[in-house]
Design a protein around this ligand. Sequence first.
Ligand code: ADP
Ligand code: ZN
Length: 617
Amino acid sequence: MDKFSILKHNFGHSRFRQGQEELIDAILSGRDVLGVMPTGGGKSLCYQVPALMLSGVTLVISPLISLMKDQVSALKKSGITAAYINSSLTSDQLRLVYERTRKGAYKLLYIAPERLITKEFLALVQKIEISLVSVDEAHCISQWGQDFRPSYLKIADFIDTLPHRPVVAAFTATATAEVQQDIIRLLRLIDPMCNVTGFDRPNLFFDVQSPKNKMSVLLNLLQERKEKNGIIYCATRASVERICQHLCDKGISATCYHAGLDESTRRSNQNAFQFDRKNVMVATNAFGMGIDKSNVNFVIHYNMPKSLEAYYQEAGRAGRDGEPADCILLFSAGDIETARFLIKSSSNEELSEDAQALVRQKDYERLQTMVSYCKTTKCLRGHILDYFGQKHEAVCGNCGNCKSSYQLNDITIPAQMILSCVIRVKENLGYFVGKTLIIQTLRGSKEKRILDLGLNRLSTYGLMNKMTAEQVRSLIDFLELEGYLHVNSLHSTLEPTPTASSVLFKGKKVFMPVRTGSASFTTEKNIRQTELSSGSKEVDNLFAVLKAVRTQIAQQENVPAYIVFSNATLMDMAVKAPRTMAEFLDVSGVGETKAARYGKVFLKAIAAQKEDSAHES
Ligand code: ADP
Ligand code: ZN
């Protein structure tokens, strides 16, 4: 049977999803592969289909012992012979599986990684034909991930002991470029075909803002989105409560969610949001798991999350319906401190001290990637896709940075003032102080504390008396972001880093990018898109029908709606109302593949709609 018949016959699906076919073809041609798809993307099929077409057995290495049984029963139900080897089997059961494997009874054999190198298994594999080794959850091989499994490091050696080297296929959903490289190197994949798909969400608009006053910016953002639904993520429970209260006081229809609320409050708040009784959900990251509300128009982060993975997951809850949606992060240097604190105080009792230290170290690195997302002046979407290793255009045209221009301001002189003030204060008092005192000193404040400490006698006192406290603070924040200053997390004191001396003594210039062009996220374009309308009732009706068809397909295929067709394509389709496949191909955004895939269903819906309206008139 060919791959299409197997797909239909054994798995009951009529077409492959994005990425699956390429991976399957590569495996069948004898090439190693690395497949990276988000959870639910359909990775299993990529090795199960070839497994049925190759002559020998396919070995599936998986750390998820508890899932093996289910996977094997599911395969058996589809008429595929399969078994598993893990610690849950009795020795009698194990013997039986070995015996049947030797006789070639199985097309797929699932095995836990630590079982590969047992004497019995090593002896067995000398006598059987293994066509394909599929490594599930391949990121477990990377010591940098949180799921590191030492037994994964033995897989490559195991493969070397086989009489014939099989094709090796690795799959994972955790896809940072760094981890991908680890997988290729440590599994010793040979010239693998790498396929990273499904991470881009074109209908999401991304933006980062560093406002002086987050609350007033937040209120503005909500003002512009009055009738819309959205989530506001905050770093702590306390800020969730405070912000939710504040929004309610302002007459915004908001509710909240965090792990500190009792079960029934959580449920009722969640339902209020889910069923559109409340427009805005203010929540910690505890909110969202397993929630599949499709009409979330925006996700605003009031604080920066700890990692880009977390950010993308949370922001990705916007626009599941394929409509344009906004993902806006309100960033301040203080967020870095909060995130550092959260990482520092997190603990995992299951891990040893050393392992925890390693995890923390990695957490700090992930935080750094998150911070660089907040600081970049380049395409934000590109930054995210780079991190997940997916190829992309240099400029996406639908993020805050792509839509605005930046001007570089030379801030070398104020930077020198600030840095030398920090150092002078330390020389004078014998210890470092916090941001506020530095700002007051620079602005020549007459506060009692300043005078008591004698900071008014410093040469840097009053150097920036023409600036507002906020302006000075934003300069300090920028120097902190750039790594010239850092806040000592123990004492909350502002301290210079070794690189500060390059600015003070070596003539290094400091430039601060300032957005000039407007990057308004509620661009009229976005609003217009959401309310796409043709002006003709007939076309609008058809548009609504086509959207319903799209929703159905998206649900069947378990993909966001825009993956099927964008709104613009559906609108063009509604206007052209094609009757034949040739006409269908004429709709903008419809290519050969999609026409073959979806043409029939849409043509049928269009014809039915035409008939209905003919009857009506
Ligand atoms: P992953 O391992 O990537 O998380 P799975 O392999 O478990 O994802 O697949 C997720 C779901 O998608 C399963 O229910 C599977 O049946 C379904 N699926 C996979 N491929 C297709 C396809 N080509 N068409 C329709 N459904 C599919
Ligand atoms: Zn962009």
